[in-house]
Design a protein around this ligand. Structure first.
Ligand code: DGL
Length: 270
């Protein structure tokens, strides 16, 4: 059965890969982390678009039936272009539409906050899509650029990260919200800290589960779900490619995927 392709600026998208692998245990994943170009959150839309198209070529060559973009920054900057580029060869799913649909179902008439990279927040794409719903949702956003390097350096679940999180979430821009969207691959790792900050007063929405459910719904509706293997003990052979390999990237896969995975160096830019 054809695999599900995914691409991200690096290994942070493994939070979504993990949610997909848990929900759809028979699916084989081909993951590409563009570690040579991270962070996407600080790149121009034009640069992210160029990287994304080249990565999609690779995922199409691998025969992917579906291409997921777990990266919010790439979903914001390149989804429309990638969808046109890929055409009928595969379906492309971003992380933004399933979250917006969820907000429409659960938060009509409410004030909702969102945090993400500069690229995601400055693109204003969540607000445009939420406004199109016409559901009376007031979406307010804050770029929180310190959070990705903080998490990558292992600063979470400690006092320093509590202070940084509190400084961002205490911003007047996010006052009075009923829910907060974590619009970045890395933020599921600090979801508990954020929930603790709000002490149950604000719902904290982690995109990875919503996105995995969206992928399942799409595959089911199109008869594309992988069947269970003949031998139930056989696990699908996922591949995790990166455009630049370092041992520290590989060690960090533990953080995002729950256990360490072997990264294969695929130098797409040489
Ligand atoms: N993957 C990016 C995102 O979800 C975060 C890391 C980066 O800036 O590259 O926006």
């Amino acid at each position: 059965m054809a695999p599900i392709g995914m691409f991200d600026s690096g290994i942070g998208g493994l939070t979504v890969a993990r949610a997909v692998a848990r929900r759809l245990p028979h699916e084989r994943l081909v993951y590409f982390g563009d570690t040579a170009h991270l962070p996407y959150g600080e790149k121009s839309a034009a640069a992210i678009q160029a990287y994304s198209v080249k990565i999609c070529d690779l995922l199409l060559r691998q025969g992917c039936k579906l291409i997921m973009i777990p990266c919010n920054s790439a979903s914001a900057a390149a989804y429309e272009l990638v969808r046109e580029y890929v055409g009928s060869k595969a379906r492309v799913l971003n992380v933004i539409d399933p979250i917006v649909a969820h907000l429409g179902r659960a938060y009509a008439g409410r004030r909702v906050g969102l945090i993400g990279t500069r690229q995601t927040v400055n693109s204003n794409i969540y607000k445009k899509k939420v406004d199109e719903l016409d559901a009376g949702i007031e979406l307010v956003s804050l770029a929180t650029p310190l959070l990705v390097p903080m998490i990558e350096e292992g600063f979470f679940q400690n006092a320093i990260s509590d202070d940084i999180i509190a400084a961002y979430l205490g911003s007047p821009a996010l006052a009075g919200i009923d829910a907060l969207v974590l619009a970045c691959t890395h933020y599921p790792l600090i979801k508990e800290q954020i929930a603790r900050y709000y002490a149950g007063q604000v719902a904290v929405l982690d995109a990875s589960d919503v996105v995995a459910a969206d992928a399942e719904a799409y595959l089911r509706a199109h008869g594309l779900l992988a069947p269970p293997p003949d031998d139930p003990a056989t696990a699908p052979a996922h591949h995790f490619y990166v455009s630049d390999f370092t041992r520290s990237f590989e060690a960090s896969t533990q953080l995002f995927f729950g256990h360490e995975v072997q990264l294969e160096h695929y130098p797409l830019w040489e």
